[in-house]
Design a protein around this ligand. Structure first.
Ligand code: MTE
Ligand code: MO
Length: 309
């Protein structure tokens, strides 16, 4: 994969990770690279531009983001994805887009990238297990790809599937979940500009444990909605079955919007532990829609979010 970016120089080489402490510093870094004339090769890495949707909060370290993961295809321990995802081959990769679209087919990963605008999106990530991180993703809006496939008028939902390959994904050899991992969004959620497909983080191609080569990121929903290593996207007129909902519908609703007022049946969702804060860090209050309410509350106007959780 590294080769596909056509250069060996990445953000990590030209900018110490510490320089990513906050967005302002990142932008300053971008500007100085441009001024210094090495922006071409360095930024060709993922050629991403900053976005107004990014949070000013300090991103977690690359180490935190790539060593504390949920990716049950490699096991249910937090370090299993980093320990075992090396076995996954991600080149070649294609995404089947089917269902209610004008141009169904197998879209090669390289081909998908040709047509999209990569941005850096520094988003909060809130896991349903009540921990959180801030991640500097690189990605593009899902709406761009759906537009290219041509969504038909009757489509109301989008279903996503992860790769099924037990030979390489050792967790799939056990029935922890009904494989392949499946997720879904309502079409308006999928078309929202905050909803991205991430292909990188910290300016580099996305590590396998984070969902290489492309994964969904829906920052106002619990992390499990942000399905990794996607091989299929289907446009449907009905709500698709989703993995965690099939495993336990009472605990994991289809919407799963971050909501501090609706507790998980087994724990409170009112507060969260920020990963990387240290053993004695205080928990912080969880925000409605993970702090993205201004952008997305309108999608749910008139809905009872205690019922439709
Ligand atoms: N295919 C797949 N996608 C997945 C998961 C998984 O087990 N399999 N875990 C989810 C959960 S519970 C979370 S919190 C996020 C974690 O993303 P990260 O490891 O990149 O932080 O990925 C989500 N996407
Ligand atoms: Mo999660």
């Amino acid at each position: 994969m590294a080769g596909r970016w056509k250069n060996d120089l990445n953000w990590s080489d030209v900018t110490p990770k510490a320089a990513f402490l906050n967005r302002r510093q990142l932008i300053a870094g971008t500007a100085s690279l441009v001024a210094g004339g090495i922006a071409g090769p360095a930024l060709a890495g993922l050629d991403a531009r900053p976005s107004a949707y990014s949070t000013d909060e300090a991103p977690n370290s690359f180490e935190d983001i790539t060593s504390y993961n949920n990716f049950y295809e490699f096991g249910s321990g937090k370090s299993d994805p980093a320990d075992y995802s090396d076995a996954l081959t991600i080149d070649p990769w294609s995404v089947k887009i089917d269902g209610m679209v004008d141009r169904p087919g197998d879209y090669a990963f390289d081909d998908i990238l040709k047509d999209v605008t990569l941005e850096e999106r520094i988003y909060r990530l809130r896991c349903v297990e009540a921990w959180s991180m801030v991640v500097p993703w690189i990605g593009f809006e899902l709406a761009d790809l759906l537009g290219r496939a041509g969504v038909q008028p009757g489509a109301k939902y989008v279903a996503f599937e992860t790769l099924l390959r037990p030979e390489e994904m050792r967790g799939q050899r056990r029935p922890i979940l009904e494989w392949p991992y499946r997720e879904g969004l309502r079409l308006d959620e999928a078309m929202h500009p905050l909803t991205i497909l991430a292909t990188g983080l910290y300016g580099e191609a996305i590590p396998k444990q984070n969902g290489a080569p492309l994964r969904l990121v829906v920052p106002w929903k619990y992390g499990f909605k942000s399905i990794k290593s996607i091989v299929r996207i289907s446009l449907m007129d009905r709500e698709p079955p989703t993995s965690w909902n099939m495993a336990n519908a009472r605990e994991y609703g289809f919407y799963s919007n971050v909501n501090p007022e609706v507790d998980h049946p087994r724990w409170s969702q009112a507060t969260e532990r920020k990963v990387g804060g240290g053993l004695f860090a205080k928990r912080v209050p969880t925000r409605m829609f993970n702090g993205y309410g201004e952008e997305v509350a309108g999608l749910y106007r008139g809905m009872d979010l205690t019922e439709a959780y």
